[in-house]
Ligand binder design. Structure first.
Ligand code: F3S
Length: 410
């Protein structure tokens, strides 16, 4: 970057990134950003800046913009393996984050001293420690917006967990692209991200309008729509939905499609900012969803019930506890309920009740922890888990609503 000369500097004190002379690909860097790219702040920040510049140029970003927070996936030793552990341990010696940064779920409950695989446990703890040395909070959840990393409308972010990205963009009106774990980490180290995609208001326009019949569960609606809509931005009409419902809806659409932003008329903050005149309209009926539900159900007994994808909120834990309390355990499938450490510690009464019937597990989830080898068939109420458990945890998966699942337990 020493070759970037003063004549390249524009009136705002920015200059084109080195190696980018094509009119289309130029991304402007401030003098400070150039200094970092040149290695004057050390090897770690230089590597981080290099990745962000490459990402920005691929996507025709004009510049970097400051971010308020980062949310970093790539935490489970199950998915990272030894190569990922080695990279993060090495990188942790070279860089620290500049903005509030939180982690996605790890591969196990970090307080589970009796975890069945001691080598996995040792490596998982090393991975989380390495992130922590960079200044990243080890809250290990896909619901950071419940546990103290809750952005405001208009905040720019670099988040990587797809369900959290969807929630931040859609429900909170913050702005983030669907980052990979590495790009979110590098953005946290620089405190900036390339300015393209969903950071720009003109890319947040609804592209398909869904008229939704009453009484459709958000998880199944999300599963159904995600399959149809792909990367486009849906706007839902005629729909009553609360925050937990939107958490579930967005997670499912991000899994079966690649939806990173949706709007709900009269509910989400940006839904009324755009005209939907001339936009394609699609009806979703209870009949559509009944057929889908039949496809996701089969006649086999689950060995475990897995609930909490995304991680449960306190009201959701309390709902489960209310159902179970005073009922007789049936000795059926094992109940596993996943939430964040923070919610677990702030819902002690509900946790105490649920623990009489099954396990309340924090810091991890059914997809990123090693379920394979323990079960073959599980049941869940999550549209995202239905999609991912067969692919990432080798499970046969049955979908059922929460009440039906709990009826198998007590
Ligand atoms: Fe969260 Fe794991 Fe589901 S990260 S959204 S509980 S797959």
């Amino acid at each position: 970057m020493g070759e970037c000369h003063a004549e390249d500097v524009d009136v705002a004190g920015s200059s084109p990134a080195c190696g980018t002379t094509g009119a289309k690909d130029i991304m402007y860097l401030t003098r400070e950003e150039e200094r970092i790219l040149d290695g004057e702040e050390g090897e770690g920040p230089a590597k981080a800046m290099k990745l962000l510049v490459a990402l920005g140029e691929i996507n025709d970003a004009e510049k970097l913009i400051p971010i308020v927070s980062a949310q970093i996936a790539g935490v489970s030793y199950k998915t990272m393996g030894d190569a990922g552990l080695e990279f993060i341990e090495d990188f942790s010696k070279k860089a620290r984050v500049l903005v509030k940064s939180t982690l996605n779920p790890a591969g196990m409950d970090l307080l589970d001293n009796a975890f069945e695989d001691p080598e996995f446990r040792e490596k998982q703890l090393r991975l989380v420690d390495a992130y922590n040395r960079m200044g990243i909070e080890t809250s290990c959840t896909c619901t950071p917006y419940i546990v103290g990393n809750r952005p405001q409308r208009g905040d720019h972010l670099a988040w990587s967990e797809s369900s959290a990205v969807s929630f931040a963009n859609s429900v909170l009106g913050a702005r983030t692209n669907r980052e990979g774990g590495p790009s979110a980490l590098m953005a946290a180290i620089i405190g900036k991200t390339p300015y393209y995609g969903l950071h720009l208001k003109e890319n947040r326009v609804p592209e398909v309008v869904y008229n939704v019949e009453d009484g459709i569960p958000p998880a199944l609606l999300g599963y159904h729509v995600g399959n149809q809509v792909g990367r486009r931005i849906p706007l839902f009409r005629t729909m009553k939905i609360d925050e937990d419902g939107m958490k579930s809806l967005g997670a499912a659409m991000a899994a079966t499609g690649a939806v990173a932003l949706y709007h709900v008329e009269g509910v989400t903050p940006e839904a009324d900012d755009f005209s939907i005149k001339g936009v394609e309209k699609v009806d979703v009926t209870r009949e559509d969803i009944r057929e889908l539900k039949e496809r996701l159900t089969f006649d086999k007994k689950p060995e475990a019930i897995v609930i909490g994808c995304p991680h449960l909120s306190s009201p959701e834990l309390e709902r489960i506890a209310d159902y179970l309390d005073q009922r007789k355990p049936k000795g059926g499938p094992e109940l596993r309920v996943y939430t964040s450490r923070w919610v677990k510690e702030h819902s002690l009464q509900a946790v105490e009740i649920i623990a009489r019937y099954g396990k309340v597990i924090a810091d991890t989830c059914m997809v990123v922890s090693p379920l394979e080898g323990i079960y073959d068939v599980v049941a869940t109420d999550s549209g995202k888990a239905v999609e991912y458990l067969p692919k990432l945890a080798g499970q046969k998966v049955i979908y059922a609503d929460l009440e039906s699942l709990l009826e198998l337990v007590a």
